[in-house]
Ligand binder design. Structure first.
Ligand code: PLP
Length: 441
């Protein structure tokens, strides 16, 4: 399969749908470019006018097994014919407990675990805030600049990604402080990446713990092991290990927000294994159901000690979503080595492009969680609108991309993406980069 663009974009059917949408939907939606999806197959999406696109963003790192994966489709179909909903808070289904069993088997470093199922990432964050407070009987929370944890009020209190997401929505949860996330790319000269990670830990101890918040009042530190919306920023291992140390010393819960980095995206089932650091609580969502809504709070057994009736959800752990999640995990478990291999293929292809297109300042990230940062080769500053311009141009050539951070393109394709799709993506990117990014010099 290859991308195929037959009409102007959007085509006539797409145009009509967009017009209808614009007349009645919330103006808060972003709508990156005029893609009107109709059906998907593997890594390809057809729009309503019959144009075909190669998807390198998977609906923001969600369609983990691609579109219409036969194993996931089969599980969903079977579940649809049985029972859709019974409410996992009050009753039982086989797939609910099977999924929780499966999820509690990952990240062996965490020891024995218990699982609470949610509908989304932000709900997993909300639940984790409650769980950490319940377990520690403390109120304070810490998260990081550049971090994105969702948009409900608790999660938004932790989010410090783009001001547009927060302005006019406060006041936020009291007791939340933010710290600096290590920026290896812009570290001082002479400093190694590992030192850069340790420096971020030292700053937390010296500045925040000495002046702003007593560590003994912190219930939890929420961190994305790789920042997603913030720009696919990969920290050095020393940073996450340092956080583990801080939490151990002060009785703070270390919460890994793996909503974006989880379910095989880094080439390990969870990034905790990639960095070899075990959190107390791990949150997963996005890719878990291959597109059906489901998330989870996975916690060490002794941490998940909240009592009967203290937390629940009507839809969390919906039977069809659970079936999709079990099948997704079964597929992803088998393809982890390919994700690592194909991720390297894409990374090395992007690095080769960087040799010819100096506006590519950095290519980073494990597996299929790859960020390509764009910057002016002379000033090293982000090029205004470069990300959006590249997204638009690639779309018109049949390639679906999505930006993050100030000027980074994230490559988060379906995890089944292989050498054929990678070659097509690189070929289109090469053409677009040559045309759309003009350095300032
Ligand atoms: C790291 C992270 N946490 C939480 C969320 C919120 O998830 P959701 O949109 O499913 O509520 C996101 C969404 O992008 C995310 O990337």
């Amino acid at each position: 399969m290859r991308p195929l663009i037959k009409t102007a974009l959007p085509g006539p059917r797409g145009k009509a749908i967009i017009a209808q949408d614009e007349s009645c939907t919330s103006p808060s939606y972003i709508k990156e470019y005029p893609l009107v999806a109709d059906r998907g197959q593997g890594c390809f999406i057809d729009d309503v006018d019959g144009n075909r696109f190669l998807d390198m963003m998977a609906g923001i790192a969600v369609s983990s097994t691609g579109y219409a994966h036969p194993h996931v489709m089969g599980a969903v179909r079977e579940s649809l014919e049985k029972v859709w909903h019974i409410c996992g808070t009050d009753f039982y289904t086989e797939s609910f407990s099977r999924l929780c069993t499966k999820l509690s088997g990952y990240v062996p470093g965490m020891g024995k675990k218990r699982v609470f199922l949610t509908n989304s990432g932000t709900e997993a964050i909300e639940g984790a805030i409650k769980l950490a407070r319940f377990h520690t009987k403390r109120k304070g929370l810490m998260s990081f600049y550049g971090g994105f944890h969702g948009r409900t009020m608790g999660a938004l209190s932790l989010t410090a990604s783009k001001i547009r997401q927060r302005e006019h929505f406060g006041p936020f949860l009291p007791g939340v402080v933010h710290a600096e996330y290590p920026d290896v790319l812009r570290r001082p000269e002479g400093m190694t990446p590992e030192e850069c990670g340790l420096e971020a830990i030292r700053k937390i101890e010296k500045q925040l713990f000495n002046r702003v918040v007593s560590p003994d009042e912190l219930a939890a530190i929420f961190v994305e092991p790789i920042q997603g919306e913030g720009g696919y920023v990969v920290p050095p291992k020393s940073f996450l290990k340092g956080l583990r140390g801080l939490c151990d010393r002060h009785g703070i819960m270390l919460v890994f927000d793996e909503v974006q980095s989880g379910v095989g995206r880094t080439g390990e089932m969870y990034a905790a294994d990639f960095f070899d650091v075990a959190p107390d609580i791990l949150l997963t969502a996005k890719g878990l159901g291959s597109g059906l809504p489901i998330g989870a709070i996975i916690a060490r057994e002794e941490v998940m000690d909240w009592t009967r009736g203290s937390h629940g959800s009507t839809f969390g752990g919906n039977n069809v979503s659970c079936a999709a999640a079990i099948a997704t995990l079964e597929v992803v478990e088998k393809i982890l080595p390919e994700i690592r291999q194909n991720g390297e293929l894409l990374t090395s292809g992007l690095r080769k492009l960087a040799e010819r297109h100096p506006c590519i300042m950095d290519v980073r990230g494990p597996g299929f969680m790859i960020g390509m940062e764009l910057a002016d080769p002379v000033t090293k500053q982000s090029i205004p609108n470069a990300m959006a311009e590249l997204e638009q141009m690639a779309f018109r050539e049949g390639l679906l991309l999505l930006g993050c951070g100030a000027s980074t393109i994230r490559f988060a394709p379906p995890l089944i993406c292989g050498p054929h799709e990678i070659a097509i993506a690189l070929e289109i990117l090469d053409r677009c980069l040559a045309r759309c990014l003009t350095p300032s010099s």
